[in-house]
Design a protein around this ligand. Structure first.
Ligand SMILES: [Zn+2]
Length: 147
């Protein structure tokens, strides 16, 4: 009889946690959660960013966080200027490439990573990808004529 439930290593599921919103509005800090309206807190997360073609970058950054929704909010502009600052010496060619904020790592893994104690593949194994990525639109305040 063939065994049905033999487990392969490659079946290992990617770890997931948190929801994420990359805030494109420089004038909107989202002190309130755009989903549930609760006050957001300021918290640091080691964000994992994949930059094209093949660069992982971990940015330990202050973000807005809604505990109810498990939602991390961070400004696009801030991420981009921090990335530019991070690469201006080491790899200026990469600045301006497409990138994706893909998840977070634990603080201890981030620390090991900054000391170059982890290889890129070891780092990849420790990433928690985002459970979900949300998008919100801000409607500018003002007077609107009804149609
Ligand atoms: Zn919320």
């Amino acid at each position: 009889m063939p065994k049905k439930n033999s487990k392969k290593l490659s079946d290992k599921k990617q770890k997931e946690r948190h929801r994420f919103f990359l805030n494109p509005y420089s004038d909107s800090a989202f002190t309130k959660c755009p989903k549930c309206d609760a006050k957001t807190k300021i918290r640091k997360f080691p964000l994992v960013i994949h930059i094209q073609p093949q660069q992982l970058f971990i940015l330990n950054k202050q973000c807005r966080y809604c505990e109810n929704c498990d939602l991390i909010i961070t400004k696009k502009q801030e991420i981009e200027s921090l990335m530019a600052a991070g690469f201006i010496q080491s790899n200026p060619k990469i600045i301006g490439n497409d990138y994706l904020v893909m998840g977070t790592v634990d603080r201890k893994d981030w620390k090991e990573g900054t000391q170059n104690a982890l290889s890129p593949s070891e780092m990849l194994e420790r990433i928690y990808v985002f459970q979900d990525v949300w998008d919100f639109e801000v409607i500018p305040a003002g007077w609107y004529r009804s149609e």
